[in-house]
Design a protein around this ligand. Structure first.
Ligand SMILES: *Cc1c(COP(=O)(O)O)cnc(C)c1O
Length: 250
């Protein structure tokens, strides 16, 4: 975003892209075999400066996704009055669990029982129930977070890590999340979305303490393919807010 762009121009351009993406989501939804489901859009604001998020709120966006706890909490504190909803979609270190519990509506990226236990503890202190999704690494890419789920023959091994999360009184596990490898061609991400959906079926069978109904998958690059494979949350950043500035420009 060039710095000489006025805040009004910023609002106008974000509103235009937001409406455009929403129309694409509605169209993809109408065509998909899952058309009865409402697909929820989380607008990813990581690495975007506060002015961009303010403009996005003015453009009518009400649900934001952030990856880094400190960065997110700064924005959330500044925008407390706006009443928008924040989703944690990035890796959370256990020692930051208290800040996550205090600031987020939903955590997409619970990747183990240790983090779940810490979230449970702080939820108990704040007397709140926290909806969460479990993040899975279905590609085996070393750079990706998530419970190791690339080898389907080893899915039963995951149950020892997942079942203890089901007994935590303050966490409501409502589904699965994944981030496939990046491909310039969206179609190549399809096998990973399918694999997450198969894992959903596996968990519905083996961990019936949750309905596992939510599937958080799909970004700017591949949300339509993710929707064809049953996404209930799509997480879209750059296609709506524009390119993320490089870290040093923040
Ligand atoms: C950055 C990010 C997104 C959004 O990516 P865009 O390419 O900006 O749409 C979605 N999910 C996660 C986990 C991310 O880190």
């Amino acid at each position: 975003m060039s710095s000489d762009m006025s805040q009004d121009d910023l609002v106008t351009s974000i509103r235009f892209r937001y409406e455009n993406i929403r129309a694409q989501i509605a169209e993809a939804s109408a065509r998909s075999e899952y058309s009865s489901r409402a697909v929820k859009l989380v607008v990813v604001s990581k690495a975007q400066p506060l002015e961009v998020v303010q403009a996005a709120i003015e453009a009518g966006i009400t649900s934001f996704g952030e990856n880094y706890v400190e960065e997110a909490v700064q924005k959330i504190d500044s925008l407390r009055q706006s009443g928008v909803e924040w989703h944690m979609i990035g890796h959370v270190q256990s020692r930051k669990a208290d800040q996550v519990v205090a600031n987020f509506a939903l955590v997409h990226s619970v990747d183990g029982s240790k983090l779940a236990g810490r979230l449970e503890r702080f939820c108990g202190e704040l007397k709140r129930k926290l909806p969460v999704l479990l993040e899975f690494n279905v590609s085996g890419e070393a750079s990706k977070f998530g419970l190791p789920a690339w080898d389907e023959s080893r899915w039963p091994d995951l149950l020892a890590e997942i079942d203890p999360i089901g007994v935590l009184a303050h966490l409501k596990v409502s589904g699965l999340m994944t981030m496939p490898p990046y491909f310039s061609e969206a179609e190549k991400a399809r096998p990973y979305f399918r694999k997450l959906r198969r894992l959903q079926t596996f968990l519905q069978e083996h961990c019936p303490w949750s309905d596992w109904s939510e599937l958080s998958m799909g970004t700017s690059a591949d949300f339509k393919v993710a929707m064809q494979e049953g996404a209930t949350f799509v997480r879209i950043g750059e296609a709506i807010l524009g390119p993320r500035p490089k870290k040093r420009e923040l």
